[in-house]
Design a protein around this ligand. Sequence first.
Ligand code: GTP
Ligand code: MG
Length: 171
Amino acid sequence: KPKTFTFKVVLLGESAVGKSSLVTRFARNQFDQYKESTIGAAFVTKEVPLDSNAIANLHIWDTAGQERYKSLAPMYYRNAAAAIVVYDITQAESFGKAKSWVQELKRQAGSAIVIALAGNKTDLSNRRTVSREEGSSYAESLGLLFFETSAQSGENVEELFSELAKKIPRS
Ligand code: GTP
Ligand code: MG
């Protein structure tokens, strides 16, 4: 029977980039156009297969992106096995914010943390202000996993969580 590995995963990024929407798409395959902004943080668990004899039980902390909650973030990324840093491809300034989260994780989180960068809202590509190349070359320069996603259409959402889980060392 498959072995289960429990991994703590944290989502970080500016308010309204779609962190909660990505989690809801992944965990419940739903999307809400009028999702309310997260207060503090939200916790969700979801299992994802790793291979034929291993399953990851992801303990997902979906943090609040509003500035007033910024000081809480270390409580959630400390001891996390992995982090997903999210930006909105239609909001260039959210990409800048994502870069600063990556820098903070590199400085303050454990050195073994696995980081994925997610450029969300690809369904709004007609309003894109961050190119795929900008995102992917930044991610590549720092050894981050990179996906462009849409919580609305579901594009790459399963892949994001699944590939991230596969990159976490199993102990
Ligand atoms: P905070 O909790 O404030 O940090 O925000 P958040 O990052 O959790 O964003 P949330 O998931 O609440 O989404 C913000 C808004 O963007 C909502 O209106 C969502 O419906 C919308 N949204 C999220 N993902 C997508 C997407 O992929 N495409 C489109 N078109 N809208 C999205
Ligand atoms: Mg949220």
